[in-house]
Design a protein around this ligand. Sequence first.
Ligand SMILES: [Zn+2]
Length: 111
Amino acid sequence: MRYGSDCSSVGTSCASGRAKPLPICAMSADFAEQVTQREHDDVLGAISSSAQAELQQVEAALRRLASGRYTTCAVCGEDIEPERLAAVPYTDRCRTCAEGGRRAAGRDGRG
Ligand SMILES: [Zn+2]
């Protein structure tokens, strides 16, 4: 019984694998490790990219603040509602523009 030492947790695969019991166990341990590592990488990547997008918005808001246009809607030039700025401090659009603009008549599907 040479293959019994390391494979107690996956004993069924080892016991039933008559030909090569050892590679199965070695591979499954390695594979599980790789899968775990990959999941971590995916999560970190997702967090990082959404954080970067938010950071860019914040930096843009700081630039608007410095230039005195922080409360001005970048689309229509109207003032952005104070409540909206309180809720989304880095927004560059008034509520109307954020919800799709005030041109109710021209409804083309582009965009
Ligand atoms: Zn606007």
